[in-house]
Design a protein around this ligand. Structure first.
Ligand code: SF4
Length: 460
């Protein structure tokens, strides 16, 4: 077993029985469920909305080359500089060259999973550039020295008591400070940083091909501040974030919002269409957009799997996944966790040994059911499993175990031919591990149920 797979199993076992973790996640996901339950009613026909969004994203996946070039042409016409990056190293080189060119000493960032793929904060700090997360959840995990726990709600694993304790340790605030007191403290601290920063770095919720602009959606106004204050701006986005037209936001913004948080629309929605004009007061004087591959073309090259590129990162599949609900985000040990993370990670840069995550699913199909762009996630998990088995990159159970299972379970005659003592021996040896130590031991009786039933019938 690969070291990462082994660690995943050990950590899953541990965290799955951590009651405090379970309570926090249950509480936070419970709030999300109640909110989404209400939110879906904002759509008169949610299925039709999902269907339309899915068709648009199908069109995007099938026309990526053409749409990306269209975006590039229009973004350049908007005076933005567009750069292409194949690997994380390419992006980092480009970012560091820009920081050098503009003599950047301090950066403010908005929440961006792509920057997590790059470990950008760490790289900037190593190059003596102060980098500060401005989304409250990201700020909390940065302060704690952690990576985001969830693609949309990075600090979902922390209770308000955990956060008060963390702030007290780092800033000396009261250990029992209220949520209002803590947010007020952060707001003041961030305001000062926004003013001092030389550069803003954001991701993109959507790259709009026909207008050559960037759509950002958020709840705290930090994104708007990040694109308003600093003189220089970098947008780093995975190339799959493209949508064809500005008017598509009419559908994608509410859909992302409802499935992401249950809100009709998030509080701040911004469209960045280039540097500030001569008659404008706010905004950067220079805007760079980096279109990042980072293994996405590996996904694109796989027929069927490329449907995973439709993802708009709403996080719904994570929240509804019974596996995620029990083992949480960190256990996956990947940037993207939950069902979409399991599907994507083995194709993304540096994640070759994450194939085992495709087997960490009950295949209940809830992820597919809730996905706003109708990605057949449970089928993609199965396709990945098939691929791994064909490559010989799966364990004994997947490569051989299921063949025996099908052979014997498919035939009562064959199954009953094996004496109970052999079945019990098999369970004691290799079956014990799969059965797990938390279940009551499995004992096969001497006679099968059907034999006993038939014998009882004869007797009566
Ligand atoms: S796969 Fe679907 S449900 Fe999961 S994060 Fe992406 S868009 Fe949301």
């Amino acid at each position: 077993m690969e070291p990462r797979e082994k660690a995943f199993k050990i950590e899953s076992e541990k965290i799955g029985f951590d009651l405090k973790h379970r309570q926090t996640i249950k509480h936070n996901i419970g709030k999300y469920f109640r909110s989404v339950e209400k939110g879906v009613n904002y759509f008169s026909d949610l299925d039709a909305a999902k269907n339309t969004a899915s068709s648009i994203k199908d069109y995007v996946v099938n026309n990526l080359d053409h749409l990306l070039l269209k975006f590039e042409k229009n973004a350049k016409a908007n005076n933005m500089e567009v750069l292409w990056a194949k690997t994380a190293e390419d992006v980092i080189k480009q970012v560091l060259a820009i920081t050098e060119r503009h003599k950047v000493k301090a950066v403010v960032k908005t929440k961006s999973m792509v920057s997590e793929e790059l470990e950008l904060n760490k790289i900037l700090e190593e190059n003596n550039i102060k980098s500060l997360e401005t989304d409250l959840g990201e700020f909390i995990v940065q302060l704690a020295g952690e990576r985001p726990y969830h693609i949309l709600t990075p600090a979902m694993h922390k209770s308000k008591e955990d956060i008060a304790k963390l702030f007290s340790e780092k800033f000396g605030t009261a250990a029992d400070a209220s949520v209002e007191e803590l947010t007020k403290y952060v707001r003041k601290l961030l305001r000062e940083q926004f003013v001092q920063a030389d550069m803003g770095i954001t991701g993109a919720n959507f790259l709009i091909a026909d207008s050559g602009s960037i759509a950002l959606t958020e709840n705290e106004g930090n994104g708007l501040m990040t694109v308003s204050w600093p003189e220089t701006q970098i947008v780093i986005a995975g190339f799959e974030k493209i949508i064809p037209e500005l008017t598509d936001l009419d559908l994608f913004w509410p859909l992302l919002s409802v499935m992401g948080t249950g809100q009709k629309l998030t509080a701040y929605n911004s469209i960045l269409s280039g540097p500030r004009a001569d008659d404008e007061n706010d905004g950067p004087t220079k805007v760079y957009v980096i279109l990042f591959d980072g293994g996405r073309s590996n996904v694109f090259a796989e027929k069927d799997h490329n449907l995973a590129l439709k993802c708009i990162r709403c996080g719904a599949c994570l929240n509804y996944c019974p596996v995620y609900q029990n083992i949480g985000g960190f256990t996956y040990d990947t940037v993207y966790s939950g069902p979409i993370g399991s599907v994507l990670s083995m194709y993304l840069d540096g994640s070759e040994d994450t194939g085992h995550l495709n087997f960490a699913s009950s295949l209940c199909g809830k992820c597919t059911d809730v996905c706003p762009v109708e990605i057949p996630l449970h089928k993609l998990l199965l396709l990945n499993r098939k691929k791994l088995v064909e490559q010989g990159n799966a364990g004994f159970i997947e490569t051989k175990g299921y063949k025996y299972f099908a052979k014997y379970m498919g035939s009562r005659r064959k199954l009953e031919k094996i004496k109970s003592k052999w079945k019990n021996r098999a369970m004691k040896s290799f079956g014990k591990k799969a059965w797990g130590k938390r279940r009551a031991p499995l004992r096969f009786p001497k006679e099968s149920f059907s034999k006993r039933y038939m014998n009882n019938r004869k007797d009566s």
